[in-house]
Unconditional design. Sequence first.
Length: 208
Amino acid sequence: MARNELASMRAYRALRNAILTLELKPGQYLREADLVSEFDLGRTPIREAMHKLASEHLVEIRPGTGAHVAEIALSDVGDIFAMRETLVSLEVSSAISASTKQDMKELQEVIDRFDDYPTEKNYEVDFEFHSHIAAMTGNDFLRRTMEMLIAHSIRMVRVTRAIQPSVDNLIQEHSSLGKAIIDRDEDKAAEIALGHIRDSKRRILGSL
């Protein structure tokens, strides 16, 4: 990967994490010079990252007023989770059918790293795990869509201050889903994944 691509990816991940953790709050104006200084990255990577985040609806680029962190509307909750519920069976079946032994080995390695995450970074457990499963599908359109939906779900949990499961419970849920995928048990994996999604939705709606 070229150096400028690495810088753009670093900028994208840094800004995305700042948005997911609410370091950058919904509606906040994103002044390019401030971001360059805060994240110690060049203007071009920052600009490219903001355009990528805009394509994922995490940033809004408004004519005449510049870039802002995207707001969250109540209707977004239903829309995001309706999409996740609809696509999760396709994601699971595609991940199982398209994956290689190496993919399954790497998924197990992701699961094995769960205990290394500090409590305050449990959102990283969620994102890395689901992103890996999405990548296993071999469908780049599906991967990008699922990563976008996961990112929005994580932000909704934080914005609404929804009750979150303990890290131990989160790890257990993800481990069970990962094991079902590794065992190539499509029905069980889809059932666990759908239950996980519906539980997240219930907790978010319960906090509104």
